[in-house]
Structure formats: C-alpha cells, structure tokens
Design a protein around this ligand. Structure first.
Ligand SMILES: *[C@@H]1O[C@H](CO)[C@@H](O)[C@H](O)[C@H]1NC(C)=O
Length: 325
C-alpha cells in the first residue's frame, strides 16, 4: 500500500472517531423516563442528576442515600426503589449519578477522584437538607461510602448524621479485588485514553455481561439502557479517567480499611458470591478484617450486581440489617 493510501485510511479513521465522539446516542425510553423522574443540582459549575422518592407517612425522620457503581449510574437502583416503594422506614430515598457517570456532567480534562465524589454526596445531602442518613452502596460507591465513614468517625461531617452503612460487591480491599481485563487496558498510560475513545457497544456489552451471573443476565434493552447513559456527553471517552479510583484505593488503603474497622455506626455487607471482580476470597477476608460487621451472602449464582440480579433477596437482607439496629 502506498503512503497516500495509508494516510487516507488513517484520516478516515480519525474523522469517524471524531464524528462518533460528537454525536450523541439518544437515551432509551426507560432511561428517558428515569431522567424525567429526577432533577439536577449544581456542584461548582457541574450539573449533577439526582432522583428522590418520597414516602408520605414515614415511621422515622431518616433518609436513605444510594451510591452506584462503575461504569453504571443511579439506574442500578431502579428495581430496589420499586421494591421499597411501600417501605415506610424512610422519609425519602435519594440516588444520584456521580460526576462523570450517567446523566450527570462529564468534564473532559478533570481529575476524577473518590474524595470529590464524597464531597458531591455531602453537597447533595446538604442541598436536600437531609438530617439522618443511611447509606447503601455498591462497587465504586462503596469506596465513596468508606470515605464518608472515615470523615464521620473523625467528626468531620457537619450538618447531618450518618446512621448506618451497608455495602455490596465492591473493591473494598485492593487485596481481594481483581479488575477486569478491559479495566486494566484502559488504565495503561496514553493507550488507555486512546482505547477509551474507541469503546463501542459490542465491547461494552461483552464486558458488562461478564459481571452478571449466567442466569441473571441483563436483557438486550437493559444493555442498551446502560450504554445510552454512558454515551451521554461521550462518557466512554473518559472511562480511563474514572478508573483513577483503582490507584486511589491502593493509596488510601489504610484510611478506608480503618474507616470500617473503627466504624462508629452499624455496618453490613451484602455479597453476590459469583463475582469475578471480587471473588469468594473477599468474604473471608472481610469477616476477618471487619469483625464488627455483619454479612449476608446471597445465592451461589448471584454475581457483581446483586441489587439488580436478585432484588428480593437484596432488599430483604437490607431490611433485616436495619431492623437489627
Ligand atoms: C473536598 O472538600 C474539602 C472540604 O471542603 C476540600 O478541602 C477538598 O479540597 C475537596 N476535595 C475535592 C477533591 O474536591
């Protein structure tokens, strides 16, 4: 092939990549209705999407805040919110999209960090004037919950009270966390940034499918729901930046493990044992490291998204934990 042809092919490739990054994949009907149920609030100059489900006659003056995982968004909690519709313990249940995820802003040259996500959570709680807050988290959200717990233990939280923390399948300890091959590739210097921009539906679908159990796979529509949310503001192009949390977990291992060990509030973990990201060794490690916490292990085939894969059992485990406090 002569040089001219090579240059031509390369330019076509680059042009299609640029075009792809600039067009938006429209939201699916389900995600569009999800968006319409919620609102936005400003954190610095960024718009953050949140959704609040209110109970008219709550038994206690407390709220539940749900923190989602990577690479998904608040929609992870849609089934649980439906399940808890008539649950009268909380005045309101709130979920939101972290910056860089789902329907929230995705600034390009931004240093995404767990500390900032914790600040955003704190800002939203203050914005909504919540007073007594229970946190239920998953995956990436677990790390944010650990940071908030660290602050609470050190009396650094102002204006609201943390009541309890419930985590679920997440990289709580770097020792028992095994990032997926795609996550490893995207973390490579320079190449990661390039590969992020080349991410397309097929690659996403394959990777996402691997973290669900074989019997509890998302439907084709659900894969598309998640993808359409990632594609807002070309979110796939910053995934290598979001993955910064993997090195943050290593750097702050002591702070975030200690937050659990010396927790001043009740703790619980709900665990889907077929999780390839946090395989079975995790639960033994957790029990030994955090003896002050209770755990619920779900059925053998439940994997990395327990709140989606088995919402009934997940919700029951969470309610039992609240009742035991
Ligand atoms: C989070 O908030 C604290 C206190 O306001 C501030 O000192 C810190 O710089 C913030 N961190 C990030 C990453 O925004």
């Amino acid at each position: 092939m002569d040089v001219a042809k090579k240059i031509l092919i390369l330019s076509i490739l680059c042009m299609s990549m640029t075009y792809y990054l600039e067009i938006e994949t429209p939201l699916t009907q389900s995600v569009l209705s999800w968006k319409k149920r919620g609102h936005y609030f400003k954190y610095k100059e960024h718009s953050i999407y949140f959704l609040k489900q209110t109970n008219d006659s709550p038994k206690t003056k407390s709220s539940l805040v749900l923190l989602h995982g990577f690479p998904s968004f608040s929609y992870d909690w849609a089934k649980l919110l439906k399940n808890l519709e008539n649950y009268d313990k909380f005045e309101d249940i709130i979920t939101f999209d972290f910056i860089g995820y789902g329907l929230s802003d995705k600034p390009r040259n931004h240093l995404y960090s767990i500390f900032e996500q914790a600040n955003i959570t704190d800002a939203l709680i203050k914005h909504l004037k919540l007073k007594n807050v229970h946190i239920l988290a998953h995956d990436y959200g677990d790390t944010v919950a650990q940071e908030l717990l660290a602050r609470w233990n050190k009396n650094e939280v102002t204006d609201w009270n943390l009541q309890s923390v419930c985590l679920s399948n997440g990289g709580i300890f770097p020792e028992t966390n095994f990032p997926r091959p795609t996550q490893k590739l995207l973390r490579l210097p320079y190449l990661g940034s390039f590969l992020s921009k080349l991410m397309f539906y097929g690659a996403f679908r394959r990777g996402f499918s691997e973290v669900f159990g074989p019997k509890t796979q998302p439907t084709e529509e659900e894969f598309q729901d998640y993808w359409s949310a990632i594609r807002q503001q070309a979110g796939e192009a910053i995934s290598y930046r979001l993955l910064h949390y993997i090195s943050e977990r290593q750097e702050n291992k002591e702070r975030w493990t200690n937050a659990l060990v010396s927790s001043k509030v009740p703790l619980h973990v709900i665990y889907g044992p077929a999780d390839p990201v946090n395989p079975r060794g995790f639960i033994e490690f957790y029990k030994n490291t955090v003896p002050n916490s209770e755990v619920t292990v779900l059925r053998d085939h439940i994997s990395h998204y327990p709140q989606v894969e088995d919402v009934e059992a997940f919700s029951e485990a969470f309610k039992n934990f609240l009742n035991s406090q």
